[in-house]
Design a protein. Structure first.
Length: 587
């Protein structure tokens, strides 16, 4: 097979490609557009190639003065940063780009060229437009007065629904949407986001005039399902009429809410010319929403609609370009004083206090405090240099055997409970610190303990599985986890659905699943487990970031075991994932 790179002309693009910092696809786009627009200077073409590459890194643009720091990192692979000696001097590079027929200069003017240079930020034109739409919509909505709310009705709802039932932050979050067109509720696991959301919606139902149309949505099917389950668990504590009203709401994905049009990746039935009919739109797990999807959502809202964004801005950002929630929360206060209401929930009501304290130290980037907390013997938290220094083997063996025994006996609830009792998390999919290696290791431990299953059998009772592709017809979604269980009519794959409920599917209808004796931290987002063990890669891993460590730690309710060196832990806390974006500044 011929290597496409062998056709590269000698020069700057070839040098950067050979250094491992550009893919062939990045180079091909730059050369093709350079030819079409009459731009032969490879320093300009390099800017275009790196702007394409920035999207794969989750950035909406390339920051010229920090181009040498950008690297693309995924669960499967990581490329290297651009060698700084191969980059043009920043001032010269900016001047060459500004004069290029490939580039529109500044924030104004028509975008008929592939690139746009605004200050130090180089955008692909499409992503400049998407970010502009999000910024313009949010600025317009923060200054717009929503449908007036009766102060008497609001005070009565506060007294009925919030007094002595929520903490001060939750009360503020529940009242804020009555007075604002856009509200952000930020908080980690266990801070009561769903508890607050149920009361927030109840307040709006009490205080807004007339019937109120509410839409609930999330970026993935799994997140929508869990939103639905969590809200259902809160309705029993509300007055009966409100419980019935909220019980009727059905959460869906953002794509389904907008009405995805077949054949159009970013085209939807609802848009500015055909807006959504709802008075209130709630988006859960907003940290997973990229800039393009947020743009489509905002332009599809009616001008008078209220938007409520719920999520954890400190978690891992979306795979696609743009960490919108993090940018909104990080935005400095505007000079006109009209900031978007952002309420951060800080009190932890679910996880052990020690885990919440550790997570906060990680979130704030305080490595010395993290190490000190662990050295002082933080309850429920362990750092071990190797697996041999932990009880990982007996823990996964006991849990796995309990799951297999329950599955063989057809005890669905016990099998699902065992599945969520402990989860082994990895940063990588492959390599010595990856899911593939550790899943095989756990299987070997189980077989040595007498589990008695055939690892080459595609389906056996007690096999824990992860769904890797949405299948709405079967009622399963990417990220769902379940257990194969013996049933009177044969094997079934059972998925928890909150409380005592479960959903089961024939294994022979599922073709996109994998065994999950271990799973990546990315796939664990949105889930919680009683106990978590985290395999930390070495400190030279580009995946080892503060956001990944924070996400891993906050999956645990009662106990977290970190397996790795103190140097790796310190590196994770101080190494924040970098994404270039102009959104925070534009807000």
């Amino acid at each position: 097979m011929i290597d496409p790179a062998s056709s590269l002309r000698p020069g700057l693009l070839a040098d950067v490609h050979l250094a491992g910092a550009l893919s062939w696809a990045d180079v091909h786009v730059a050369q093709k557009l350079g030819h079409l627009f009459g731009e032969s200077d490879q320093r300009v073409q390099l800017g275009l190639a790196l702007a394409v590459r920035a999207l794969r890194a989750g950035s909406t643009c390339l920051e010229l003065s920090h181009a040498h720091e950008l690297s693309v990192v995924t669960e499967d692979e990581a490329d290297v940063p651009v060698p700084v000696e191969l980059l043009p001097p920043v001032q010269l590079w900016r001047e060459l780009l500004a004069a290029s027929p490939l580039v529109t200069l500044g924030a104004d003017g028509p975008g008929q060229r592939p690139l746009r240079l605004v200050g130090d930020l180089l955008y692909l034109e499409r992503y400049w437009q998407e970010e502009s739409l999000v910024a313009d919509q949010l600025r317009a909505r923060r200054s717009r007065v929503p449908t007036p709310v009766s102060s008497e009705l609001l005070a009565a709802a506060d007294q009925e629904l919030l007094s002595e039932r929520v903490d001060p932050d939750q009360r503020l979050a529940a009242l804020a949407p009555a007075q604002a067109s856009v509200t952000v509720i930020a908080g980690g696991p266990g801070t009561g986001k769903t508890h607050t959301l149920a009361r927030l919606l109840a307040v709006l139902l009490r205080a807004l005039p007339g019937p109120v149309s509410i839409a609930l949505a999330a970026p993935t099917g799994k997140a929508a399902m869990r939103m639905q389950e969590a809200l259902a668990g809160e309705t029993a504590e509300l007055p009966a009429d409100l419980g019935v009203e909220l019980g009727r709401l059905q959460a869906t994905t953002i794509h389904r809410l907008l009405g995805w049009v077949p054949g159009g990746r970013h085209r939807f039935a609802h848009h500015s010319g055909n807006p959504l009919p709802h008075d209130v739109v709630v988006i859960d797990e907003t940290s997973m929403v990229n800039v393009t999807l947020m743009a489509r959502l905002l332009e599809a809202l009616r001008p008078q609609a209220r938007l409520i964004l719920v999520g954890d801005p400190d978690q891992l950002a979306p795979v696609e370009a743009g960490a919108v929630l993090a940018d909104i929360v990080a935005a400095p206060a505007p000079s006109d004083g009209l900031a978007l209401p952002v309420v951060r929930l800080r009190s932890n009501h679910r996880s052990r206090a020690a885990i919440a304290e550790l997570a906060e130290a990680v979130r704030s980037g305080d490595a010395d405090r993290v190490i000190r907390l662990i050295d002082d013997g933080l309850d429920g938290v362990t750092l071990a240099g190797s697996v041999a220094q932990t009880d990982l083997r007996p823990q996964v063996t006991d849990t796995g055997l309990a799951m297999i025994d329950a599955a063989r006996a057809g005890h669905i609830g016990d099998a699902l409970a065992a599945l969520d009792r402990h989860r082994l998390l990895c940063a990588h999919r492959n390599g010595p610190f990856g899911v593939a290696v550790w899943s095989r290791q756990v299987e070997d431990w189980l077989l040595a303990a007498g589990a008695g299953f055939d690892p080459f059998d595609a389906w056996y009772p007690g096999r824990p599985v992860l769904v890797t592709q949405n299948n709405p017809e079967l009622g399963v979604f990417n990220g769902d986890t379940g257990v194969v269980v013996s049933a009177p009519d044969g094997l079934r794959v059972c998925f928890g659905r909150g409380g005592q409920l479960h959903h089961d599917v024939s294994p022979f209808l599922l073709d996109s699943v994998q065994t999950i004796h271990a799973m990546t931290v990315h796939k664990a987002q949105g889930s919680q487990f009683e106990q978590v063990s985290v395999v930390l890669p070495t400190s030279d891993s580009p995946l080892l970031t503060r956001q990944l460590l924070y996400t891993a730690i906050t999956r645990a309710k009662s106990r977290v075991t970190l397996i790795g060196s103190a140097d790796a832990l310190r590196h994770a806390v101080t190494n924040s994932a970098q994404r270039a974006s102009g959104l925070a500044g534009r807000l």
